[in-house]
Design a protein around this ligand. Structure first.
Ligand SMILES: *[C@@H]1O[C@H](CO)[C@@H](O)[C@H](O)[C@H]1NC(C)=O
Ligand SMILES: *[C@@H]1O[C@H](CO)[C@@H](O)[C@H](O)[C@H]1NC(C)=O
Ligand SMILES: *[C@@H]1O[C@H](CO)[C@@H](O)[C@H](O)[C@H]1NC(C)=O
Length: 784
């Protein structure tokens, strides 16, 4: 009787002792006793996520410091499908169960009280989309909350490694190799990949170039000496693993008395010129009185390989040798991923204060501390330095003769750059780039060319700069770069102390092999030049006038001119008999369209001179062609106003001149628009060319069809009064038409249909072009 009572007591205070069973995969509702309902109050627990490279750190805990005993967590699509797999750092009181796929759900081991737990969730290869983490967390046996979810996390498609050795490097395993950067490029001559497994670490070693040994050393410093080494040795076709110790003097690795101390060889192979082995090493080993705790301590990692052996020792590392300059944490699935948030022993779990919502975290963003006070801050969108929610931002701090540029961009930016410019436009600017490279950030100096949007790395891309600090948190990248006061970039002296500059900020999602991609996320330039030590507010330059110029000219020369010309050329014998404002329909509309063209062109011409205040110095014929078009356009209505009366001697001359000047202006205008795409200032994407080509094709084809209709109609008609479309120019003028006034020429309805189609297409093209111009340089409307 007493025993039974005790059992009931134990069970009533504990959550399910061995974690959730797979029977509750879908409902996530524990079957505690006979139907104890879940709590309907606001849960005191939360699921917090942090996207790190390609995986998600999932943490559960309570902002109120309330411990929990049981839990169950799954990654789910927004439709509720379970996906991904959990990886658990060694030693945590949790295990995975298999709901749909192996390891897709994590639950507790024993119902012990816990403050907070972190897991790694790995998305399925190739998955792209949102994931939410859905959980049930039990405070004790009878108090549990179901459906505690995280905000959705956007997963990008994981890059697939060609060589499986490198798969998960920087994500689920720690990798290091020689030569420098080879892990990122997956072409190491010697490399180690370390995975934390339960209470041990697996070291995979690989070396190329016909080595007979490959070793990995763990050291307190970046030099050889007093290091613990795991070596794989191929001797007489047999591969073995040994533990050794490097002495300081002589610098040599000596096998331990027990050369298998704390290690087991799991696998080994020798294929072609490659030697591979996998060794499991205990987390804690005591070697010659030195304790190596791989979980608690960090180490400099040394990798080496050689082609000679000595009796009972390896030879000189004649093939490769490299040591990490900084201590490395070997279990990326517990600490390196989160080393910005060192484990702190407080009652409140560190990840839950402040709550990790975007809105709240911006308030605590130290980046903006001191803006307008001791930092010069400038970002996009306008005024974001104040509201602390910039998409891309720079903060320049001048202390003595040190110029530090901090830059930050979110929205999964692949790069963020800060340019210094003589003007507020791109071109001839010195740029500091902060670029994502695998799972680290690098900084480079580059120079923007006059060709649209080209930033070219300098031959010496580290010229005058030094990366002081960098971080990748969630979807944002951050770099702090120190720049020399004076630099000579491509022959231009940048003296930050003496001169003032426009500050440009840009970010983009794409990184190319040797430079950054298009600034598809953000581009913004400060409106006035600033001494960099001047920390008052920076205003963005307005691009309104340039956008207006472009929009006006596009409407004028692609829109109204094209339609007006078509009307004058093919529609003189359509709507015959009807009039508008006392004129033939075609003429009335021709005049409306052409007057619009004239007004828009003149306005646009004035606007661009107001904006640039001078003749454009860009080596681009746009300015000349545009001016020619504008002058021709200027005189067209003046000529038309003084046109001789129909039938008079000079009427044909006028007609020809009017036709010639109009068409010349139109053609030159279109060519000028093509060149505008190549103007740096316009910041137009080159795709605009396709729209322009489409326009030319539509225009030419329409003219061809209408001309053809005209010829057929003339041939089949008895009336030889008229000739080619220009017949009106031949001398008889409008009088000749009076005979036929009662009747439209043949194919009149086809012509009207073609005109209707043509107008629709032209309107669509013009609207598209104007929108692109106004939204330039953001295309294709990223983040719009
Ligand atoms: C989380 O799981 C609970 C229980 O199965 C379910 O009712 C809820 O809809 C889930 N929430 C999401 C966002 O999937
Ligand atoms: C040993 O390594 C080879 C090649 O990497 C692999 O195919 C094999 O599955 C491994 N065996 C074990 C037991 O891990
Ligand atoms: C680098 O940034 C981190 C986080 O912002 C900060 O704690 C650390 O002090 C910085 N290091 C340097 C050298 O500025």
């Amino acid at each position: 009787m007493n025993v039974l009572f005790l059992l009931v007591l134990i069970y009533s205070t504990q959550a399910l002792p061995d974690g959730a069973p797979t029977s509750v995969c879908d409902t996530m509702t524990p079957f505690h006793g006979s139907g104890i309902p879940f709590q309907r109050s606001l849960p005191p627990y939360a699921v917090v996520t942090r996207l790190q490279n390609d995986v998600v750190q999932v943490s559960i805990g309570s902002a109120l410091g309330i411990q929990f005993q049981g839990f169950m967590v799954q990654g789910r699509t927004l439709d509720g499908d379970i996906l991904g797999t959990f990886q658990l750092p060694g030693g945590i009181p949790a295990h995975t169960i298999d709901c749909n796929r192996a390891g897709d759900t994590v639950t507790h081991n024993k119902a012990n009280k816990t403050d907070q737990l972190d897991f790694i969730w790995v998305p399925p290869a190739g998955y792209e989309g949102d994931v939410v983490f859905n959980s049930t967390i039990a405070q004790d046996y009878s108090h549990f909350w179901v459906g505690i979810t995280s905000p959705p996390v956007r997963i990008r498609r994981r890059s697939v490694s060609v060589d499986s050795f490198y798969e998960g490097c920087g994500v689920t395993k720690y990798c290091y190799g020689a030569p420098i950067d080879c892990v990122f490029n997956e072409n190491c001559k010697v490399a180690v990949a370390v995975t934390s497994v339960g209470d041990a670490f697996d070291f995979e070693l690989k070396a190329n170039g016909n080595p007979v040994w490959v070793g990995v050393g763990l050291s307190d410093d970046a030099k050889m000496g007093d290091d613990s080494v795991v070596e794989c040795v191929k001797d007489n076709g047999r591969i073995s693993a040994f533990m050794s110790w490097t002495g300081t003097n002589p610098y040599r690795a000596t096998r331990l008395d027990d050369p298998q101390q704390g290690i087991i060889l799991l696998n080994a192979s020798s294929k072609g010129d490659e030697l591979y082995c996998k060794v499991r090493r205990n987390t804690v080993t005591n070697i010659k009185g030195n304790v190596f705790d791989l979980r608690r301590n960090s180490f400099h990692v040394l990798v080496a390989s050689g082609s000679e052996l000595k009796p009972n020792s390896v030879g000189f590392h004649n093939l490769e040798f490299l040591a990490s300059p900084d201590p490395q944490v070997l279990s990326p699935n517990s600490q390196t991923l989160f080393n910005e948030n060192p484990q702190v022993d407080t009652t409140t779990p560190p990840y839950f204060s402040p709550p990790a919502t975007n809105a709240a975290s911006t308030e605590f963003d130290p980046f903006y501390e001191g803006c307008d006070y001791y930092k010069l801050c400038f970002g996009h969108p306008r005024g974001c330095e104040k509201t602390r929610n910039c998409k891309a931002v720079t903060a320049i701090t001048v202390t003595g003769d040190k110029y530090d540029f901090e830059m930050k961009a979110d929205g999964n930016a692949g790069w963020v750059g800060v340019g210094l410019s003589d003007d507020s436009k791109m071109g001839d600017d010195s740029v500091i780039e902060c670029v994502k490279d695998g799972n680290r950030l690098r900084t480079y100096m580059s120079w923007t060319n006059n060709r649209p949007y080209g930033a070219t790395r300098l031959n010496n891309p580290q010229l005058g700069i030094e990366l002081l600090n960098s971080s990748m948190i969630d979807d944002s990248i951050y770099c702090k770069v120190r720049r020399n006061v004076v630099t000579n970039v491509n022959g231009v002296i940048f003296d930050l102390a003496r001169d003032s500059y426009h500050v440009l900020v840009a970010s983009g999602s794409q990184v190319k092999q040797n430079g950054v991609g298009y600034h598809d996320l953000v581009f913004s330039a400060s409106g006035d030049k600033r001494a960099l030590s001047d920390t008052s507010e920076v205003k963005a330059a307005s691009k309104l006038l340039i956008h207006l110029h472009g929009a006006f000219m596009l409407v004028a020369w692609i829109g109204t001119t094209s339609i007006g010309v078509l009307l004058a050329r093919y529609f003189r014998q359509t709507w015959v008999g009807s009039t508008l404002m006392g004129k033939d329909i075609w003429f009335a509309w021709h005049r409306i369209f052409m007057v619009s063209t004239w007004l828009l062109t003149m306005a646009a011409f004035v606007i661009i001179f107001v904006e640039l205040k001078a003749w454009s110095l860009e080596k681009n014929p746009h300015a000349i062609l545009g001016t020619v078009t504008t002058i021709l356009c200027l005189f067209q209505p003046i000529g038309a106003y003084f046109r001789p009366h129909p039938g008079t001697t000079y009427r044909p001359l006028f007609n020809w001149a009017h036709w010639l000047a109009g068409n010349a202006a139109h053609i030159i205008g279109i060519v000028a628009i093509f060149f505008a795409v190549r103007l740096t200032k316009a910041e137009l994407p080159e795709e605009v060319d396709y729209i322009l080509v489409a326009y030319v094709i539509v225009h030419v084809v329409t003219h061809l069809i209408l001309s053809l209709l005209y010829c057929v109609s003339e041939k089949s008609s008895d009336s030889r009064v008229s000739s080619f479309p220009m017949k009106d120019l031949g001398g008889t003028g409008r009088n000749s038409l009076y005979n036929e006034r009662s009747l439209d020429a043949r194919f009149s309805s086809s012509r009207k249909v073609i005109l209707g189609l043509y107008i629709v297409i032209i309107v669509i093209l013009v609207v598209a072009l104007v929108l692109i111009t106004i939204y330039a340089p953001k295309w294709p409307f990223v983040n719009a």
